[in-house]
Design a protein around this ligand. Structure first.
Ligand code: ADP
Length: 398
């Protein structure tokens, strides 16, 4: 079975074509700058041919048509005909309380995704566009929605409720949902495999540290808490998001600076985090380079990032009454050995110890704790596309 995995954003579409026979990636790529000037498609196949097609891409329909053309292309394509694609798996950011699992897309499901879209106005509408375009271009292929929030639907009430008047939960669904669920689930499963133990018997803390970042407490394979909330703004210090702050700061700054709702929202989502504190960049590599040169704000930004992660790990150990493994994943978690070193060394008092040699590795699945560490620590590159393809296959195969 061959599955096309799509992640449709506002101006980009990421795709992978996966052969479920051996779970290999036949081709992958990204359509960039949809509806903006200088749009293009970057495509790579399993023969390592890479092409960049620079062409006007005014909308998602044109973008997905280009993807299909690239997959069928005589030179850099990997398919003889569209019939070889068995199904399409779509990443959908917010599934609200309706979707605790991946779901076969029907008209009814599209309606339900629309209904929760006001919880993720920056993401869901674009995910839906991808779904609608595929329904038109590939009318007879089953399509499956895989939700970022679904894995966290197992959180207990005490973890997902906000201590606001209860009616807001009832009226608007104001609660914590969590995100990056596909990634947390994947790395937790891999950690259990690497430990040679059933996931059901393990307490795992998964740290997805990318530009967006979140941590999850996974007890017996189920998410019992996670750091992102109603939206991806809560929790850790991120590339441009502030994470946890005192909510009273919002009306305070709005009043002092005369800001609108949109402006303050934009500041918390796009102008804060590593970028806002360092004043340099949202990219941890740039911030680290500046800190090395003695930039005090960059140093502070990194210290805040590491400290917040450490605090959440401590909190989730308490939440689960223990931990067997800690996993680092995503751009920073997979590559930034300094970040991992600081965080794991912060936990030395719990007899959690870093194997410094192993920690030098980048982007590979590896255990980075010492053999006498009480808790195993792993780096596990995430693979959300594969998880989407697996769920899609399972649903389509019935
Ligand atoms: P997202 O998917 O949320 O956009 P990523 O998971 O790609 O983000 O992570 C982006 C972050 O990972 C950036 O802060 C970047 O500095 C860091 N990162 C990515 N690749 C590397 C690398 N090779 N070495 C060090 N840091 C990296």
């Amino acid at each position: 079975m061959k599955i096309l995995v799509l992640n449709s954003g506002s101006s980009s579409i990421k795709y992978q074509l996966i052969d479920m026979e051996d779970e290999s990636v036949l081709a992958k790529g990204i359509v960039q700058r949809i509806g903006i000037d200088n749009s293009f498609l970057e495509h790579e196949n399993n023969r390592r041919d890479e092409v960049k097609i620079e062409v006007d891409i005014p909308d998602h329909t044109t973008g997905i048509k280009l993807v299909i053309d690239a997959l069928l292309n005589k030179e850099h394509g990997v398919l003889e005909s569209m019939d070889e694609i068995n199904a399409v798996g779509h990443r959908v950011v917010h599934g609200g309380e309706k979707f605790a699992e991946s779901t076969l897309i029907t008209e009814e499901v599209i309606k339900q995704i629309e209904e929760v879209s006001d919880l993720a106005p920056l993401h869901n509408p674009h995910n839906l566009t991808g779904i609608r375009v595929c329904a038109k271009l590939l009318p007879n292929k089953p399509q499956v929605a895989v939700f970022d929030t679904a894995f966290h639907q197992t959180m207990p009430r005490k973890a997902y409720m906000y201590a606001l008047p209860y009616e807001y939960y009832e009226k608007y669904g104001i609660r914590r949902y969590g995100f990056h669920g596909t990634s947390h689930k994947y790395v937790a499963q891999r950690a259990a495999k690497l430990m040679g133990k059933p996931l059901e018997e393990l307490k795992i803390i998964t740290c997805h540290l990318g530009n967006g970042a979140s941590i999850a407490a996974v007890d017996g394979g189920k998410s019992v808490d996670t750091s992102m909330g109603l939206t991806p703004l809560e929790g850790l210090v991120m590339g441009t998001r502030c994470g946890d702050i005192d909510p009273a700061i919002i009306p305070f700054i709005m009043t002092k600076e005369g800001l609108s709702m949109e402006e303050i929202d934009n500041i918390m989502n796009k102008k804060s985090g590593l970028y806002g504190v360092s004043g340099i960049s949202n990219d941890s590599r740039d911030v680290e380079a500046a800190a090395k040169e003695g930039n005090q704000r960059a140093q502070t930004a990194l210290e805040m990032f590491d400290y917040r992660v450490t605090k959440y790990i401590g909190a989730y150990m308490a939440a689960m009454a223990g931990v067997d493994a800690i996993v680092f994943t995503a751009g920073i978690g997979e590559n930034q050995s300094r970040t991992r070193e600081v965080i794991v060394n912060n936990l030395a008092f719990l007899n959690i110890h870093l194997n410094e040699e192993a920690n030098k590795t980048r982007g590979k699945e590896i255990e980075i704790s010492t053999s006498d560490s009480d808790v195993k620590v792993f780096v596990i590159p995430t693979n959300e596309e594969l998880m989407i393809a697996r769920d899609t296959q399972e649903i389509v195969a019935g």
